[in-house]
Design a protein around this ligand. Structure first.
Ligand SMILES: Cc1ncc(COP(=O)(O)O)c(C=O)c1O
Length: 413
């Protein structure tokens, strides 16, 4: 077996199940799950209609799909990037469809890291604690795939904390020049899960400059970019920043987008990567062998979804209404920070977050994720500690009730 499998950490939801295993929830209340970031708003009807068309389906299911994607989908994506971020990409060489960003964020590391996947992670390194393994940088707290992808790619995850004291922005100050030299891949997540923070453009510019100097790749997870609250400040993309600073070929820059959150289609498994043509050419080669082409039917359905903004605006409005209501309730007790993007609150609870989540389940039958399960203690403490992640994905009435229960519960602490 691949020995690196043993080095994976337990997934946060398994830890949550274990934490809640012997809890008897308040039986007078039904369960409101706010733990999973699975969108619950209705997918767009035009996509459902397309998917239900038997004749088209029969045609598409009778063909092996192309890993590179159909030209219609790549063109729709390139067009969307141009309209949304003013980022110009060549649909032939700078765009690839993927089966959701999760799959891509993982497989991308396997393709770009230049280490054997079976490298020994117990490598003690030299006296300064450095190992010979390449670094993969991840935000902390973070979407857990980044870490697993690094470990199974034979690299060493290096955690860059999103510090509460710095507005939950990443603090790269621990990175010295030999650390950057050992770095092959940097994951960033903007808007961030769980923090909801958008990476400042100045920080993106600095990172791109470093990537050009030390030749590492930046994988920018932007799957929450279309859910935001302030129309004057829609989250920007790494590609737009790269283009504006003159890195017009997007050297070392690759972005990851998805229809899961933008179009409420998490079950379609549809997203794309775009950016550096040379990197994508190699990634396409990897994907061809990996055998992960998106079904042609889903590719055409996806093209329709990328071409329409009306459903995306309506979806954003639903989140805005919901956040206005739940924040009014929560502000009576919590220091609520409206996210710059995404549909999570990253709430400081002022006590042990695991205990808080456990007792909340017991008293109010509301399920949230303890922040410490989403972060790692990398020597500078676990920055998830003392927080909970609340995913406001259910419909408005359920979220409102959950916010009231949260408030009720918090008052008893
Ligand atoms: C930060 C982040 N990236 C990627 C994903 C994966 O999304 P999908 O694979 O549905 O595109 C998620 C899902 O919750 C996420 O939170």
């Amino acid at each position: 077996m691949n020995q690196n499998l043993e080095r994976l950490h337990q997934y946060p939801f398994e830890r949550l199940n274990a934490l809640l295993a012997d809890v008897t929830p308040n039986s007078t209340l039904d369960l409101i799950p706010l733990s999973l970031g699975e969108p619950k708003h209705r997918p767009p009807d035009f996509v459902l209609d397309f998917l239900a068309d038997k004749q088209t389906l029969a045609t598409h299911l009778a063909t092996y799909p192309a890993t590179r994607g159909v030209p219609e989908l790549r063109a729709a994506i390139a067009d969307w990037l141009s309209k949304r971020f003013a980022a110009r990409v060549d649909p032939e060489t700078q765009v690839l469809p993927v089966n959701g960003t999760r799959e891509a964020l993982f497989s991308f590391a396997q393709a770009v890291l230049s280490n054997s996947p079976n490298v020994n992670h117990t490598d003690p390194g030299n006296a300064s604690g450095r190992t010979s393994l390449p670094f993969v940088l991840t935000p902390n707290p973070f979407y857990q795939i980044y870490e697993g992808a690094a470990i199974l790619g034979g690299a060493k995850p290096r955690y860059i904390n999103n510090e509460p004291t710095q507005g939950y922005q990443q603090d790269f100050s621990q990175m010295q020049s030999d650390d950057w030299a050992a770095t092959q891949l940097v994951y960033i997540c903007s808007p961030g899960n769980p923090t909801g923070q958008v990476m400042p453009e100045a920080q993106m510019i600095k990172l791109i400059e470093l990537s050009l100097e030390y030749n590492f790749i930046i994988a920018s997870d932007e799957c929450y970019s279309e859910i935001y609250f302030d129309d004057r400040q829609p989250p920007n993309s790494l590609l737009a920043v790269s283009q504006a600073m003159g890195n017009i070929d997007y050297k070392n820059c690759v972005i990851f987008h998805s229809l899961s959150k933008r179009s409420n289609l998490p079950g379609l498994r549809s997203g794309f990567v775009a950016g550096d043509a040379q990197v994508l050419e190699n990634y396409l080669l990897y994907r061809t062998y990996h055998g992960c082409a998106m079904s042609a039917h889903h590719q055409y359905a996806s093209a329709l979804a990328w071409q329409d903004e009306i459903h995306v605006e309506q979806n954003r409005d639903l989140y805005r209404q919901k956040f206005a209501i739940v924040e009014d309730i929560l502000r009576k007790h919590f220091a609520v920070h409206t996210p710059q993007g995404g549909f999570y609150h990253w709430l400081p609870v002022g006590e042990d977050d695991a205990l808080f989540a456990r007792d909340l389940m017991q008293d109010q039958h509301v399920k949230v994720v303890p922040g410490q399960f989403l972060g790692r203690d990398s020597g500078a403490g676990n920055p998830g500690t003392g927080h909970i992640r609340v995913a406001w994905v259910s419909e408005l009435a359920r979220c409102q009730e959950a916010a009231e229960r949260l408030l009720e519960f918090a008052k008893t602490r």
